[in-house]
Design a protein around this ligand. Structure first.
Ligand SMILES: Cc1cc2nc3c(=O)[nH]c(=O)nc-3n(C[C@H](O)[C@H](O)[C@H](O)COP(=O)(O)O)c2cc1C
Ligand code: SF4
Length: 104
């Protein structure tokens, strides 16, 4: 990871400022969450109440099941945004790491 100027957990630092001001309001954190150990640590440390992922589920719809079954400890999504590029060009949303299709 890093090939696309990608920084893991880019909202963690912001969460550390915001969380203490929220009182009992729950804080859920999204943005570059990829590794299970770091996500668990974030919640255990009290920096947030839950973590979300978005693009990883485009590539691996059953990722949560695989994590729960101990089959993987991180998302395979490399955050290249090719799926979004396809979407805004009227192509189906899916993982395109194997290359974008050409328009007919
Ligand atoms: C296809 C797609 C659609 C998204 N739609 C929304 C949206 O409607 N509203 C929103 O707040 N964020 C939207 N996002 C941003 C995600 O919620 C998330 O913040 C972002 O993808 C970073 O998280 P990730 O690294 O887990 O992908 C979208 C992201 C993707 C890839
Ligand atoms: S196209 Fe790239 S960003 Fe989108 S799901 Fe696949 S690896 Fe992740």
């Amino acid at each position: 990871m890093g090939k696309f100027d990608f920084e893991e957990m880019w909202n963690l630092e912001h969460a550390r400022y915001i969380k203490p001001a929220l009182g009992k309001t729950r804080l859920c954190i999204v943005g570059g969450n990829r590794r299970v150990e770091q996500m668990e640590q974030l919640v255990e440390n009290g920096d947030g109440d839950a973590i979300f992922m978005c693009r990883p589920f485009i590539r691996e719809p059953f990722l949560v099941k695989q994590i729960k079954e101990g089959k993987t400890k991180k998302a395979a999504c490399i955050s290249c945004n090719k799926g979004v590029a396809a979407l805004v060009n009227d192509m189906p949303l899916r993982c395109y790491t194997d290359g974008l299709p050409t328009k007919n």
